[in-house]
Design a protein around this ligand. Structure first.
Ligand code: GAR
Length: 193
């Protein structure tokens, strides 16, 4: 059985969509894969209550003096599940090169922009400010450089007249919920290559 570990920091709606897809589409029987755990760096992340029976764990970054120490503890928690794939889903921490290297080839992220445009934060407002006519999200492999790494899939939504950052974010997010589970299932089917 291939274990998938999902990392979250907040509302966890992408994580919930992945867990639902895994159950609805019988990933364990059909793909030999299961969501083994959800790990949050925030003790009060709303997503922790949305894990639908999947094991949850908190590794609170505030309990560690350095980024390196937090990443080492996080990796230890993750490795307890011997994951084939580690999925960042609204995980709002910059990861150390050592952490990224440790999970090379099995660490992916979803970012709410059409990379390489708008790395970092406030992507939707920046897309509106730039006058973009389309926006979207990118699933990519994680490298030591923030929001870089091989692009695995992208999803486009229109920017509509009168959009605010909130309305655009909601349109992109609903697309993320459909797309991210599909990309993960595809990756697992393809042997994670
Ligand atoms: C999602 O839009 C995701 O793409 C974004 O945060 C949101 C998390 O929502 N991720 C990033 O900005 C990563 N840099 P969720 O917690 O409800 O899945």
């Amino acid at each position: 059985m291939k274990n998938i570990v999902i990392l979250i920091s907040g509302s966890g709606s992408n994580m919930a969509a992945i867990v639902q897809a895994a159950q609805r589409e019988h990933w364990s029987e059909r793909l030999g894969a299961r969501v083994a755990a959800v790990i949050s760096n925030q003790a009060h992340a709303a997503g922790l209550s949305q894990a639908q029976g999947v094991a949850t764990q908190v590794v609170d970054h505030k309990a560690f003096a350095t980024r390196e120490a937090f990443d080492a503890a996080l990796a230890q928690a993750i490795d307890g599940y011997a994951p084939s794939l580690v999925v960042l889903a609204g995980f709002m921490r910059i990861l150390t090169p050592a952490f990224v290297r440790h999970y090379e080839g099995r660490l992916i992220n979803i970012h709410p922009s059409l990379l390489p445009a708008f790395t970092g934060l406030n992507t939707h407002q920046r897309a509106l400010d730039a006058g973009c006519k389309v926006a979207g999200a990118t699933v990519h492999r994680v490298t030591a450089e923030l929001d870089h790494g091989e692009i695995l899939a992208q999803f486009v939504v229109p920017v509509l007249a009168g959009d605010s950052a909130q309305t655009l974010a909601a349109r992109v997010l609903s697309q993320e919920h459909i797309a991210y589970p599909q990309v993960i299932a595809h990756l697992v089917r393809a042997g994670l290559n």
